[in-house]
Design a protein around this ligand. Structure first.
Ligand code: CA
Ligand code: CA
Length: 241
């Protein structure tokens, strides 16, 4: 990734769209606050860095576990499927890991979990696009989103969607598994009964996944991860000498 400035976040139209989608999905969330605090339009300068072209796979994570630099994912199954440790799923993205486990894995490679800005620049380049490939919503050939019209009801082998590649050549920046970045997101919930609000902090994820509705697949969307069946990650590395 070259050094330079890029515009991060949602413009006015994208912001309205993200808030409306969020409100439709959750009547209890203060969507306006979440998006205005986490996805406002801003210019960010980043030094040169590297970021993985692919989501971290089961095989890669397994290697780290075998060399005792990583701990086992919380679960080895994806629904009824024997997933982690099954050679059939070696090239599929690792799931069921916490942000801490993701950080540990990246550290074992002398790398780190990317910041939200590093992740987003890799996903959308410098022209404020909605999706990694551009602005068209023609999703099924470009992203593993919800449902199986794209060929995959659950996760797909990493790098399966060459038409969905980002301007810098990164795969699956939309969909497949949502990805931890090294940041948290505070979400405010309305507690109608008490006429009050509650704030919870979650690990931020980006890019959406095979599990979520398609609005979440946009480059500026903010997700929250629970180390569940749809959360994975990729790593970044310093490139400054
Ligand atoms: Ca799918
Ligand atoms: Ca992804």
């Amino acid at each position: 990734m070259p050094a330079g400035e890029f515009t991060m976040g949602a413009d006015a139209v994208m912001m309205d769209d993200a808030i409306a989608r969020c409100q439709k999905q959750s009547a209890y969330e203060d969507c306006e606050t979440t998006y205005k605090e986490n996805a406002s339009l801003r210019s960010v300068f980043l030094e040169m860095y590297y970021i993985d072209k692919y989501e971290v796979t089961n095989a890669e994570y397994q290697k780290c576990v075998s060399s005792q630099n990583c701990s086992m994912p919380k679960d080895t199954k994806l629904g009824a499927i024997n997933y982690f440790g099954n050679t059939k799923y070696a090239a599929y993205p690792v799931i069921w890991v916490t942000r801490e486990q993701a950080k540990q894995y990246c550290a074992s490679r002398n790398a780190y979990l990317p910041s939200a800005a590093e992740w987003e620049k890799a996903a959308r380049g410098t022209d404020r696009r909605v999706y990694p490939w551009g602005n068209e919503a023609n999703l099924d050939s470009r992203v593993n989103g919800r449902g199986s019209n794209d060929g995959f009801p659950y996760t797909a082998p990493v790098g399966s969607f060459s038409l969905g590649v980002s301007p810098y050549g990164a795969f699956d920046m939309a969909g497949n598994v949502s990805e931890y970045v090294d940041e948290s997101v505070s979400i405010t919930y309305f507690v109608y009964r008490d006429n009050a609000t509650n704030i919870y902090t979650y690990d931020m994820t980006r890019g959406g996944s095979y599990y979520e509705f398609e609005g979440v697949l946009k480059t500026y969307e903010i997700g929250s991860g629970f180390g569940w069946i749809n959360t994975g990650f990729r790593c970044a590395r310093d490139a400054t000498p």
